[in-house]
Write a protein that binds this ligand. Structure first.
Ligand code: AMP
Ligand code: ZN
Length: 437
């Protein structure tokens, strides 16, 4: 197989040079970080008051970790390190308390990010002859605009379809000859199922590749999508705190995701001891962003479980490869690609006076998609012959939850005292989705 590189100089850079580049960029990033009150204080405690205090990459370990909680506490502008006027875009991801974590981009940041995504896309063999249908959410979520810009940078014809409405997705594919799509793996499976149901002939679409990410999936799921749709599927990993997509991506060798080490520093730590694991071992991924001036984030605890492959990749890229992300070290659920913390639902449900003390969230597969059911207890007197107040309450709860987490749950009302009460720590989440990872 012949491999194509978007940034050949950087993608195949010898590891020694890569390390020197990382050190230089780490110093730059630290000098931006020191402009924020948060890092000024944090880094001072670690004896770092200027970029000159970072003398080697080993000094990275002197920097304390940054957590999602830190970012939330800094909301809205606490992590901004350039004048507001230099910021041209923000993105945000959902959080436990409803306070999003917000990332700001300067023009330069957007250009670098776009380059990262272009590098990923091009590395899968795409070029300007391709038609790219971006079937993922646009808006505050980084996946939509991030891939959109990266696709344009490569020169592909980009169709900003967004997710949903499979009938329209098929029409777009047929009308414009879509060759590549981007979606969550669950949406790809859904698309395939709908294709069969709606009698869309495989020959009527030209699809040959898909980028799938935003949620964990197994190698078996990848194979299943590849076989059913007769396409190549590439794993795409990113998170808003590190710009969004374009952090790590599979090349055509499909044996792990190259972490772009000229743009990020990756470490794997033991989430309990917070110490680095042995080379190649599994643990929590910690990332430092080297390609953003407006919101520098150092040693971010991603909570994602992964590890590095130690052997070289046949594609010739020198950047280390991450293993497929297998899960998280916190309680965040990913439901149809959307991040949901159980506490977000708790907050909404417990704020409603009609709702009793007990509630339960159940996540399961319905066909290929995830389905969230929220079971809540309500007073006895509401269960009367007239079902109208019940229906109205159910709808009110559904809408309030949807407004908070963007997903529409199924809501079940139960008589007070009828939901199971656990003896010890309350078990509020039942995840019945088959774990195939
Ligand atoms: P967000 O900040 O909303 O983009 O969400 C980022 C999170 O989505 C990551 O921290 C992961 O938990 C998850 N995620 C993104 N891409 C993948 C992937 N390819 N495999 C597994 N999880 C992913
Ligand atoms: Zn490779």
């Amino acid at each position: 197989m012949s491999y194509q590189y978007w940034d050949p100089e950087f993608e195949t850079m010898p590891r020694g040079e890569l390390a020197a580049l990382q050190l230089q960029k780490l110093k730059e990033t630290v000098s931006y970080a020191l402009r924020t009150a948060f890092y000024k204080e944090r880094l001072a405690k670690a004896g770092i008051t200027g970029p000159g205090d970072i003398k080697s990459l080993a000094d990275l370990r002197r920097i304390p970790y940054t957590t999602k909680q830190d970012l939330r506490e800094g909301f809205p502008y606490g992590f901004l390190s350039v004048p507001r006027e230099e910021v041209v875009r923000l993105h945000a991801s959902s959080g436990t308390t409803g306070i999003p974590t917000t990332i700001y981009f300067s023009k330069k940041d957007i250009a670098l990010w776009t380059g990262n995504v272009a590098r990923c896309i091009y590395g899968t063999g795409c070029n300007k002859t391709d038609v790219f249908q971006n079937m993922i959410t646009y808006g505050l979520f980084t996946g939509g605009l991030g891939f959109h810009a990266g696709g344009e940078e490569v020169g592909m014809l980009v169709i900003p379809s967004g997710p949903g409405n499979t009938a329209r997705q098929f029409r777009l594919m047929q009308d414009f000859g879509t060759t590549v799509v981007h979606a969550t793996p669950s949406f790809l499976l859904h698309v395939e199922a709908r294709m069969r149901e709606e009698g869309v002939k495989r020959e009527s679409i030209k699809l040959r590749k898909a980028f799938a990410g935003a949620e964990p999936y197994s190698e078996d799921t990848r194979k299943r999508i590849e076989e059913l749709l007769r396409i190549d599927v590439y794993n795409s990993y990113g998170l808003s705190e590190m710009n969004g997509p374009g952090v790590a991506f599979e090349c055509q060798a499909k044996n792990g995701l190259h972490l772009w080490e000229d743009r990020y520093i990756g470490e794997i730590i033991n989430p309990d001891t917070l110490e680095p694991v042995e080379d190649g071992e599994a643990g929590e991924l910690v990332l430092t962003c080297l390609c953003r001036e407006a919101t520098p984030i150092l040693r971010y605890r991603t909570r994602d479980l992964s590890g590095f492959y130690t052997e070289a990749c046949p594609c010739g890229r020198t950047h280390r490869r991450l293993r497929r992300i297998t899960g998280r070290t916190d309680d965040m659920l990913i439901i149809n690609g959307v991040n949901v913390f159980p506490s977000q639902i708790e907050e909404v449900v417990m704020a409603m006076k009609e709702v009793g003390n007990n509630y339960l969230m159940v996540v399961e597969k319905e066909g290929v998609l995830d389905r969230l059911t929220v079971k809540v207890e309500v007073g006895k007197n509401i269960f009367m012959d007239d079902t109208r107040p019940l229906n109205a309450l159910r709808e009110k709860i559904r809408q309030t939850i949807q407004a908070s987490i963007t997903i529409s749950p199924r809501v079940e009302l139960h008589e007070g005292g009828s939901l199971p009460v656990s003896e010890g720590k309350a078990k509020r989440v039942i995840d019945n989705r088959p774990r195939d990872i």
